[in-house]
Every structure is written in C-alpha cells, then in structure tokens.
Design a protein around this ligand. Structure first.
Ligand code: 4NP
Length: 149
C-alpha cells in the first residue's frame, strides 16, 4: 500500500485539509493508501486542526476534527513513498532534511499535480483566511492524485 504524507508549516490548516480530502476521494473511488500529514515546524504539536479548517471541511462533508498536529521528521523519508509540500518554503525545508537523492525524489509541490511544472504554492490561510480557496486548490490536486493511486 502506498504511503503519502502531506506537509505544511503548522500542520493545522493546509496539510490536514489535504489529508482529509485525499482520504475522502480514495474512499469514494474504492482505492487504498495510507495518508498522513505533518508540519515543518513543531509549533502546534498535539493540537487539533484550526477551527476554520475544520469548519470549511465540514461544509464539504469531511471531518478532520480527529487529526492532531505533529512535526515532520527525517524518518518520514523512510516511512513514506510520496511527500507533498504545500508551498515553496515547506518544499525547501523538507529538501534540506533529505539524506539522499532518493529522499529528494519523494518530495513534490502538491499543486504540480494539477498545474504541472508551474511550481505554485497553496497560500497560507492562517493569517489571511481563504480556507475555501485552499479547499478548491487541494480538491483539484487530490482528484488527480487519487486517480494516480
Ligand atoms: P498551516 O498554517 O501551515 O497551513 O498549518 C499555519 C499554521 C500556523 C502558523 C502558520 C501557518 N503559525 O504561524 O503558527
């Protein structure tokens, strides 16, 4: 079974949403994968997803209230087949922890699934809101990803 981890900065907004959306799509398509999420920072370790993220996802019928934030760790390179960064800064932070070329090959910007080679970032909604925009961008990308699994 493929193992996929979604990574953002705090692991309370974008990557929990990405995890929830991908899990939902896989279930809809009768496909199986292990999906997790993490943050490049440990600032919110152990916390639930941001209430705005939980509420937005609830609108679309997806419950992410049980997720808890955890920091990304080097051992995630061993654990996971695919590592999706939400933005360019997350990508660089993850790549800087890679030990080998094989580790680096696992890391991709998630929006390159829906907008190939554009290197677009999912905007950070923590300070400026925009949770629906985040949902729509992740929904498009996860649709492509679920089809690939
Ligand atoms: P996330 O959003 O990376 O999508 O979970 C953020 C969450 C918390 C902070 C920044 C972004 N923060 O500065 O605490």
């Amino acid at each position: 079974m493929k193992k996929i981890v979604m990574v953002c900065l705090g692991n309370i907004c974008r990557s929990p949403m990405a995890q929830g959306i991908l899990e939902y799509k896989l279930a809809q398509k009768n496909k199986e994968a292990y999906v997790d999420s993490a943050g490049t920072s440990g600032w919110h370790e152990g916390e639930r997803a941001d209430s705005r993220a939980v509420q937005t996802m609830k609108k679309y019928g997806i419950d992410i209230s049980k997720q808890r934030s955890r920091p990304f760790s080097r051992t995630d390179f061993d654990e996971f087949d695919l590592i999706f960064a939400m933005d360019a800064s997350n990508y660089n932070d993850i790549i800087s922890q890679a030990r080998t070329e094989a580790d680096k090959q696992k890391v991709q910007l998630i929006l390159n699934l829906s907008y190939p080679e554009k290197n677009l970032s999912v905007p950070d909604p923590y300070y400026n809101d925009g949770f629906d925009t985040v949902y729509n961008l992740l929904n498009e990308a996860c649709e492509k990803l679920a089809d690939l699994i």
